[in-house]
Design a protein around this ligand. Structure first.
Ligand code: FAD
Length: 375
């Protein structure tokens, strides 16, 4: 049986492991964290990712909430546009879903035999011919999937000339509230700042705030920081800040691979997910693209017996699309949430108010029309 080593047990690595197992590979997944887990935030998944997960035999519906409708307002509370979930669903054949990351990770992990999962194992070296080393062991694999995230050590080692990720100048605070009261999918857009609220199952709410910040700055008390800067914004933001226990806030700087990689493949090693194309989150597509990568890679290994051929096809099918979406995501941020100049903000808001619903749905859903390849 052909053997694959997957480095990283996030959304991308676990999806790849499921797809490769189904394609007949013997798989070992290495995750440096002591448990395959994710805490504290949610994620929205577009129909392209839902179709990819479906092709892996996974049904998110019982764990996720379709984002039916909502409103985007400016930081004075004035309506910018209505989000019509039913229209999205009609256009795409599936809804946009909101899910707690922990539940998504559990669903993926449960589809892989425990024996294939090696938690608490940090991979320390990988070579293009498929050798994978960790503290206390090594193996040789026919295929290595490097799904080790935005700070990928595999990318640094095998693509030494690549400058790596850059800070976008923004940081994101995220939290899940257990009992926020009835709230719909909604958002606020202010100068250099975006706030989003995403209902989850069990009456919970995932909310996030992305704002301008120098890289590496961590307020000691995120709640006090958010209260100080955003406490005067329209409801429900001040209430959400107050209702969120301080220890629930996650903060991550927003990073992106702005220099596109010339290839996702070195020898038997394929980069996948954020390791290959970490992108700003303004289209909500980073995780969706990781899942697409996984499904395309697995399908390529079914269609092509030779690993070289399969990886060539993977690179050809995934690189242009994922890099184009990363570029569009940056652009969406620059023309949207990151705008600060008052005139530019006013112009953007006017465009949002005037844009016909059909056009804004088409713009927002372009990336989500993708379907997985036949195996
Ligand atoms: C604020 C924010 C909001 C977002 N919202 C969305 C959204 O709504 N929808 C969406 O689709 N995407 C969203 N994204 C993007 C999405 O979170 C990422 O694209 C996705 O999680 C990438 O998954 P991954 O598996 O490639 O990488 P990761 O999730 O980073 O997983 C990498 C894994 O590799 C492990 N690892 C690293 N190095 C090693 C090593 N040497 N040995 C062993 N293990 C190792 C890490 O511990 C980690 O578990 C958002 C991102 C941010 C920052």
């Amino acid at each position: 049986m052909r053997t694959a080593a997957v480095i990283g047990g996030g959304i991308g690595g676990l999806s790849a492991a499921i797809g490769l197992r189904q394609a007949g590979w013997e798989v070992a997944v290495f995750e440096r964290a002591p448990r395959f887990a994710e805490v504290g935030a949610g994620i929205t998944l577009w129909p392209n990712a839902l179709r990819a997960l479906e092709s892996l035999g996974l049904d998110l519906a019982p764990l996720a909430v379709p984002q039916v409708s909502g409103r985007l307002r400016d930081h004075h509370g004035r309506l910018l546009t209505e989000v019509d979930g039913a229209r999205f669903e009609r256009a795409l054949g599936k809804p946009l879903l909101g899910i707690a990351r922990a539940q998504l990770l559990d669903l993926l992990r449960e589809a892989i035999p425990a024996a294939d999962l090696r938690a608490g194992t940090t991979v320390t070296a990988v070579t293009g011919d498929g050798r994978v080393c960790w503290d206390g062991g090594e193996l040789s694999a026919d295929l290595v999937v490097a799904a080790d995230g935005v700070h990928s050590a595999v990318r640094s080692a095998l693509w030494p000339g690549h400058p790596g990720p850059v800070h976008t100048g923004h940081t994101a605070f995220r939290a899940i509230l257990d009992d926020p009261g009835p709230l719909e999918l909604s958002g606020l857009l202010g100068p250099g700042t975006e706030v989003g609220m995403v209902p989850l199952t069990g009456g919970r709410l995932y909310w996030y705030l992305a704002c301008e910040s120098p890289g590496g700055v961590r307020p000691a008390d995120p709640k006090a920081f958010l209260r100080r800067h955003f406490g005067g914004w329209p409801e429900p933001l001040p209430s959400l800040i107050e209702a969120t226990p301080g220890e629930r806030f996650l903060q991550h700087d927003l990073l992106a691979l702005r220099t596109p990689l010339p290839t996702y493949v070195r020898g038997r090693v394929a980069l996948l997910g954020d390791a290959a194309h970490a992108m700003s989150p303004y289209l909500g597509q980073g995780g969706c693209q990781a899942i697409e990568d996984a499904v395309v890679l697995a399908a390529a290994t079914v269609r092509h017996a030779s690993v070289d051929d399969a990886l060539r096809v993977y690179d050809r099918e995934r690189r242009p699309r994922s890099q184009a979406i990363a570029r569009r995501s940056d652009q969406a941020g620059r023309l949207g949430a990151q705008l600060k100049n008052p005139l530019a903000v006013a112009a953007r808001n006017a465009v949002l108010r005037l844009m016909p619903a059909g056009l804004s749905v088409r713009a927002a859903t372009a990336a989500a029309r993708w379907s997985p390849p036949d195996r």
